[in-house]
Structure formats: C-alpha cells, structure tokens
Design a protein around this ligand. Sequence first.
Ligand code: OAD
Length: 234
Amino acid sequence: MEKIVILTGAGISAESGLGTFRDEGGLWAQHRIEDVATPEGFARNPALVHGFYNARRGQAAKAQPNAAHQALARLQKNWPGEVILVTQNVDGLHEAGGAEPVIHMHGTLAGALCGACGHRWASPPEMEVGEPCPACQQPTARPDVVWFGEMPYFMDEIYDHLIEATLFASIGTSGQVYPAAGFVQEARAVGAKTVELNLEPSAGGSIFDEVHLGPASEVVPRWVDTLLAGNGAR
Ligand code: OAD
C-alpha cells in the first residue's frame, strides 16, 4: 500500500492571506530572526516577541483555509493508504480545512508553553509578558513555537514515517531550513518518489523526481485529483 508523506510550508497558506518568510516583503524582511524567533531574543525582549506572535495569531485566526488545504484533507480521507501530513506552519489552516492528524513540527500559535517546567496549554488570543504557568506558577509562559536553535518537535516520529514513505511531497516551502529541508533526501534514500509543488523551484528543487510549479490553490488540488483518480479512490 502506498504511504504518502507530505511536508508543507508557508507557501500553502499564502493565498489565505498569511505572509511567507523569505518571499519579497516576507516576514523576515520586516523582522530580524534573532530578535523574534530565537530563545535569546525572547530573553532580551519578551514584549517584542509576544507582540510578533500575537499579531500572527490574530491574522491566523481570521484566515480561511484555501483549496490546497482542503485538497490535502480530501487526500487524507480518500487515499487507501496512509497520508502523513507534516507542517512547518504554526497556523491551524490544515485542521480548519479538515485535515487530521497534522504533525506541527514547528509548534503552533494555538499553544502556550512554560519555559520553566514544559507544561503546555491553550494560548489566549494575546499572550502577555510574565503570564504565570498554570502548573508551576512561574512567569515563564511563551508561545509553543519552535525557534531557531531549538529542536523541532516529533522528529523521531517523522523519520519513522519517512523511512516507510513510497511517495514524498514538499509543498510551498523554500527548502532553506533544516531539518525539514533534508526530508527529501531521507525519502529518496529509501526509494520513495519525490515531488515538489511550489510557486518557484526551491533551494533543492533539482533533487525532486517531479516538480509542479504554480500557486498552491491550483497545483495541489490538481495533483490530489490525479493521485486519487489513479487509485480509483475518488
Ligand atoms: P519560506 O518563506 O521560506 O518559503 C515559502 C515558499 O512558498 C517559497 O518557496 C515560495 O516560492 C512559496 N510560495 C509562495 N507563495 C506560494 C503560493 N501561492 N503557492 C505555492 N507556493 C508559494 O517559508 P517556509 O519554507 O515555510 O521557521 O519556511 C520554513 C521555516 O522558516 C518556517 O517554518 C519558519 C521560517 O523561519 C521558524 O520560524 C522556526
């Protein structure tokens, strides 16, 4: 039975109105990574970091899933084998589009994490500096997102899936951030077919067996339809 592992990035949510990081005018053109997406930045200026994620949480709450999110949910429901959906995105648009389960390797804006005891709870719409952890009462609440210099979540689980993959697809990600950028090599090493769906070829684009260029809302539903038609699973 075919096992599909899919990795998504900011490009899949672009047409839902959420900014990507490295495209022209993207988030990393407006903010310094070391200020808003590192543990050191948070230690230096927690108000700035909370402000950055509060704004992103507000935008994500207003955003609607697009045809690409919905197509992947359809694939998960109708594919006769497993479809493992791994996202680098911290928005909840895959779930809003009907996908389940979703592996959030870079965490989620919906979560709060205690920097002292590791307790997790649902984030309020706006997090504030010094908010106490409900478990240990320390004023160390932070967004439950993975910052540069931290280990992404669920890595063992993801590698376990990758070694069983027969098809690997990378969607809307620039392929510049590891370990996610290395998943295609892992999948190739076990003989999986590799496909990229992206607006422009990514950093490692030439390594993929197949590349479909265009906006996610167009190329992803088309790719999903082809897969499902090929399996008589529609
Ligand atoms: P990037 O901003 O690096 O890349 C976005 C990709 O999406 C690019 O390859 C674009 O060509 C593509 N793209 C843009 N619009 C698109 C559209 N409408 N349809 C399809 N593709 C489109 O974002 P990521 O690769 O997700 O990590 O970034 C990876 C990680 O770097 C993020 O999770 C974040 C960031 O720093 C952390 O904050 C830890």
